[in-house]
Design a protein around this ligand. Sequence first.
Ligand code: AMP
Length: 431
Amino acid sequence: MTTAKTPASFSELGLISLLLARLAELEYTQPTPIQAKAIPSVLTGRDLIAGANTGSGKTATFALPMLQQILSKGEKSKGGKGNYVTGLVLVPTRELAKQVADSIKSYAVHSNGAVKTVAVFGGVSANTQMLALRGGTDILVATPGRLLDLISSNAVKLDRVQTLVLDEADRMLSLGFTEELSALLALLPKKKQTLLFSATFPEQVQTLTQALLNDPVEIQLQSADASTLVQRVFTVNQGEKTAVLAHLIKQNAWRQALIFVNAKKQCEHLAEKLAKRGITAEVFHGDKGQGSRTRVLDGFKSGDIEVLIATDIAARGLDIEKLPVVINFDLPRSPADYMHRIGRSGRAGEVGLALSLIDHEDYHHFKIIEKKNKIRLEREEVEGFEVDASVSEALLNVEKPMAKPAGSGKKKNKKKQLTAMEKWMKGLQSK
Ligand code: AMP
């Protein structure tokens, strides 16, 4: 934990004017808590381990110091035959690779092309990526598998890497990248700066941390940012989830809604059922080709697609601006994935909403999700879709502390929402 006073403006962080000008253009008026706490240390070359929620502004936390180091040294990894890389960012998914590289390019827009940033990931032809890597790269954003392929084809070399970023380290390990990661780490020089970001710290991440980091600055953000997100859970009868979902979508007329299901086939299935109820939805899952994934994601980001049904490949890292609502149609299997899914809404200070629909088969699992994530939500019902009286109170798990007089649910939730916003604003002011 850092104890030093947290800077309140970007200009206090020690960033060069070229970057400050860009942040002003992007209307980043104030650093987020992680940016304020981490950037000054990262600029001095310290290693970092940060526990931060998605949407906390962590991309800029590593990207700005990396850019500054490259720009101020004026050192070239480009040129020559080496295909060297100066800064390497490892990420778990293709979409995240593209998104992070786009953010870095955007932050570097005023550098007159002095920084070359390349993204490499699987699912598309390697040839274009090989060409892009020719002559060296300042910042390479990569998924582990494709990077290893490119290394074995001599398209890129890691022995001059000065900064390594492991973004979403827990996810990379849980996706089975452990072997790829250790192969990549063995190719990196010993002396380098390492920045590790992880939402959770399971044993594997701790092992990685111990092996990799040298006297790191440790930042564990309390989930203050998560308070911008209002979470609600609705109990529904078995077999009525689709009807309830369609009702909620129509009633609330959300600008956009991201709906999570647990299986690829279920995406299509639900889209068809919604279509019968007059709601057009697109699907996003791992069996879709890269072209389709990009098209759907771009369409959703731009607002052309209003309802998106996705598996957990959309649960991590995707930054969809001002996403008003995330709905768990199926509950995620792991409690950690619940946090990742709901983190798609309420990002960077926007107020968001996360709804979960639970039928009686889900009650027990939702209780575990709550326990592991240290949350406790009041069970609500959707008017017109009340749960059958035959479902017992015990199963419904209406516990005393949160119990409310019948019919007062809406008021109480409004109050909760306000409190969450107030808390968040206070948090910002006190930074
Ligand atoms: P990240 O956690 O890096 O995915 O960032 C989440 C979102 O917050 C992105 O849309 C960023 O552009 C945005 N963002 C990052 N830092 C700031 C900031 N200081 N002020 C406003 N928006 C920010």
